[in-house]
Design a protein around this ligand. Structure first.
Ligand code: ATP
Length: 287
């Protein structure tokens, strides 16, 4: 079966910024004779400019692998990845370097994703200088970025260890934004943060999207977060997309049994809300 989060039956989004078609990723088996481990089994999805596609599914379902395949970090067996009109699934190193202008990533763990020996200024300056900016231009852009993510200007001279998890994640976001990308892959960007900090970082990402029209592929296992952030949601199970659609519709009236099960498994503090969800899921299962 081919999984599909495109514009509908045969209805691709003609204005898509990123399109995956029948994408298959597999890794060599562990032993010499072991079969390859098939991780993505024919995934198709579209993301339009300025849009957030939330990608949800349980641990091991292949969410991160989709992001890695787009970034050229997972072995694509077959299928296509088209970004801004060009096929990139087999892009070499030079093309990848050029693509870094438009395609960036924010990882889950702000404690390991930043180089501990680089100051925040050097962390933000690296991509700018690497793409040919002059020192003065880079310095101005660093100041702008720090202000954008609401860090003080003197943060530039400090090391990551001097910052909290939420502040570090804001540095990681600033670094991803440095080159004004068109798409940022956000791989569980708030899962390592406490709830209040999560909210601040998510709101920051939304503000930035409003200002810049950046698109996000937003990977998360948290249905509350996905609903808050996404325009559309794709649900992945065992390397296949099982349901896709408008974020509110998928999270409040899921059609696929797997999505319903995910919804029921999602922790909610409020017992009445838990009951409401269960009843809604049962109703929708009957209809
Ligand atoms: N380099 C690799 N070699 C072999 N198998 C891999 C490799 N990377 C990932 N996998 C396997 O691919 C499957 C999907 O992993 P992936 O990280 O995409 O899942 P996920 O949905 O992002 O999970 P999580 O929410 O736990 O991060 C897992 O079974 C994982 O063990």
């Amino acid at each position: 079966m081919t999984s599909d989060a495109t514009g509908g039956p045969g209805g691709e989004f003609p204005d898509a910024l990123l399109s995956l078609r029948d994408l298959r990723v597999s890794y060599p088996g562990k032993g010499r004779r072991a079969p390859r481990a098939r991780i993505l089994k024919g995934v198709s999805l579209d993301i339009r400019p300025g849009e957030t596609l939330g990608l949800v599914g349980e641990s091991g379902s292949g969410k991160t692998t989709i992001g890695r395949a787009v970034l050229g970090l997972a072995p694509v067996e077959s299928g296509t990845v088209t970004f801004a009109g060009s096929r990139i699934e087999r892009a070499g190193r030079a093309r990848r370097r050029a693509l870094a202008r438009d395609l960036q990533v924010v990882f889950q763990d702000p404690y390991t994703s930043l180089n501990p020996s680089l100051t925040v200024g050097d962390t933000l300056g690296e991509p700018l200088l690497g793409q040919g900016a002059g020192t003065k231009e880079a310095r101005a852009r660093i100041a702008e970025l720090l202000e954008r993510v609401r860090l003080p200007a003197d943060a530039a001279g400090r090391l990551p260890r001097e910052f909290s998890g939420g502040q570090r994640q804001r540095v990681a976001i600033a670094r991803a934004l440095a080159l004004r990308p068109r798409l940022v892959i956000c791989d569980e960007p708030v899962s390592a943060l406490d709830l209040t900090t999560q909210r601040t970082v998510l709101e920051l990402l939304l503000e930035i999207q409003e200002e810049t029209r950046v698109a996000y592929l937003f990977v998360t296992h948290d249905l509350g977060v996905v609903r808050f952030m996404s325009h559309r949601v794709a649900v992945i199970q065992g390397g296949e997309l099982v349901e896709t659609g408008d974020a509110v519709q998928v999270t409040s009236e899921p059609r696929h049994p797997y999505t319903r099960a995910l919804m029921l498994a999602a922790p909610v503090a409020d017992v009445r809300e838990q009951r409401r969800r269960r009843e809604a899921a049962e109703l929708s299962a009957r209809s």
